[in-house]
Design a protein around this ligand. Structure first.
Ligand SMILES: C[S@@+](CC[C@H](N)C(=O)[O-])C[C@H]1O[C@@H](n2cnc3c(N)ncnc32)[C@H](O)[C@@H]1O
Length: 306
């Protein structure tokens, strides 16, 4: 089966009958003509560890090696990783394993159904499966990242399905045991509506993992924040705790606060554009180029009890 049909069938099986031809993106045809050429091979071994490793170099017939390299190159920028496909390393902008290490041990993944909102290329979904989750539904509004996840899944057919969908009030109807919203809330025009949506999608007895850039005091960037246009609120930890309680979550627990470093987030060959290093004041790395507090990130876990 060709890539396009297979992808539509995975979305449909997850409850989202989305037709590729209805997706709007200028590069859609070019991306799919590359993906349609990927070989149908099953890697002998794959591991969803610190690096998502699909197969080994020997699993890939040599005549496909240029095709694979071309596909990886065509789908850049790769923001979340690390990953490796048949021995071809994908050095992404983020060393996402560091974020995973900050929260994963505080979550009971066993046999859980996970919703990952703003999942990017599904890196954390693969990690959740490896930790014991039963299935993961990832949503991301940016098609390129969805196709990166699909490219990995083409070879492994995992239960981490990433769908090209923005999370709004009614975009998903199921309830999940674990709802992840990481690096997403500050991109929402209405943070409270986002949190209400998380509560509705979390089943009673379930947990939410909320990760956000935070500051000592709330602020609303007048224009850009760290070079990003679409940042609407940088909250404090106590604001996040209050907002979580206001929508119905109980016992918000702060499990980590870390400054984001240029070790964790940096320019690479496969993400050659602006990154954190360009967004910090060169003479004072505690400030962004706009003179605002440099990014630090907090992770909170809260419960839906009823
Ligand atoms: C900063 S990245 C975070 C990715 C990943 N969750 C992580 O923690 O590394 C934010 C992602 O959320 C996506 N996004 C933002 N708002 C969204 C929404 N309302 N629904 C779905 N995806 C969204 C963006 O396209 C982007 O891929």
């Amino acid at each position: 089966m060709r890539f396009r049909e297979w992808l539509e069938s995975t979305w449909c099986a997850a409850g989202f009958p989305i037709n590729v031809s209805e997706l709007m993106h200028g590069k859609l045809d070019s991306w799919f003509s590359t993906l349609d050429r990927l070989p149908e091979i099953q890697p002998i071994e794959s591991q969803f560890g610190d690096s998502i490793e699909i197969g080994a170099t020997v699993d890939l017939p040599s005549e496909f090696s240029d095709t694979l390299n071309h596909a990886i190159e065509s789908l850049k920028p790769w923001r979340k990783g690390p990953l490796s496909l048949f021995g071809c390393g994908i050095d992404a902008e983020w060393r996402s394993n560091l974020k995973w290490d900050r929260f994963s041990a505080c979550v009971q993944w066993d046999a859980k159904r996970v919703l990952d909102i703003g999942c990017g290329n599904g890196y954390f979904g693969f990690r959740a499966l490896d930790a014991g989750a039963k299935s993961v539904l990832g949503l991301d509004g940016y098609l390129l990242y969805v196709l990166q996840a699909a490219m990995v899944n083409w070879f492994v057919h995992s239960k981490n399905v990433v769908v090209p969908l923005r999370f709004e009030g009614d975009s998903v109807s199921d309830e999940f045991d674990i709802v992840l919203s990481m690096g997403v809330i500050y991109h929402q025009r209405d943070a409270d509506a986002h949190l209400r949506g998380l509560f509705e999608r979390c089943q009673p007895g379930g947990q939410v993992v909320l990760e956000s850039i935070v500051a000592d005091e709330d602020f609303v960037p007048a224009d850009r924040y760290a070079g990003m246009r679409n940042v609407y609120l940088i909250p404090s930890v106590s604001t996040l705790e209050t907002k979580l309680r206001n929508v119905g979550f109980s016992d918000p627990m702060l499990i980590d606060v870390s400054e984001t470093t240029t070790y964790e987030q940096r320019k690479t060959q496969l993400m050659p554009y602006q990154s954190l290093g360009d967004a910090l004041d060169p003479s004072d790395s505690s400030l962004t180029i706009e003179g605002l507090p440099a990014p630090k990130r907090a992770i909170l876990i809260a419960q839906r009890t009823h």
